[in-house]
Write a protein that binds this ligand. Sequence first.
Ligand code: SF4
Ligand code: ZN
Length: 304
Amino acid sequence: MGIQCTKCDNESIIYQKYSGMHLCKKHFVEDVERKIKLTIRKHYNINRNETIAIALSGGKDSTVLLYIINKIFGDRPDINLVAITIDEGIFDYRLDTIQKSKELTDNLGIKHVIRSFADEYGMTLDELTQKQRSYGACSYCGVLRKKLLNKTAKEKGATRLAIGHNLDDEAQTILLNHLKGDVSRLVRLDPPKKIEGLTLRIKPLRSIPEKEVALYAIVNELPMDFSECPYAHEAIRGEVRDMLNEFESKHPGTKHSLLSGFQKLVPILAKEYPPEENKLNECRVCGDLCTGSLCQACKLLGYE
Ligand code: SF4
Ligand code: ZN
């Protein structure tokens, strides 16, 4: 037998360096679910009669997200769940993940809406990046996907939009915005109050390290696609990810500290950079709320 679980006699399947615990399958699953419930209770206060939209790409994070949200809220008659998948139009990649996402929503019996860049913007991501290349593919993808997710969530009457960002994603974004000196974006990452016209985003997985999300998916045998997007190597996020991973292995707990430090900073920063008073206007092309007269998505789509 290998190493024993810190909490029982079973064999451990993971060592959490940051907590010093070895956990068996049962106690690992319990640990992940307890932390996610705690995040939801502490930060997101879900009320009765809410509709939660879940952004589902078919990758491990959103798959685990949907599975756990369904486990927590699936039996509540007053809570509605709807999964939203965006097909950006990425050759040789997205169709497989969409297939996996369908499998999951069918298994769980959850409503599933699929929207595409091609229908919404008249172009797939591949076509768009071939046509114009002022920015990396991920900039187009991220901005346009967020816009379509918000729009679809609103159409479905969602009061929340759940996103599968894990601890690594959150720590990377926080550090990236620090490196860029973008303080107002830092506050918008975790707006303390609801912004009129936008569905409130929730990130229940934000305290779970990426590695543990993957392990949770594996031990629960969830259908998911492990392939990597062909554009992934373009993002500078990759450099920040490598740096943070190296730091985490030398100094366990770094990612958690980044997030908890950020959490303490947000209410203080929000006083100086109130997100809802960032003078939001309606975009003159699409009507979405934005800080200038043209939203980021319409700029990227080439409107002037
Ligand atoms: Fe989009 Fe970039 Fe993610 Fe690929 S890696 S799905 S292009 S954001
Ligand atoms: Zn616009």
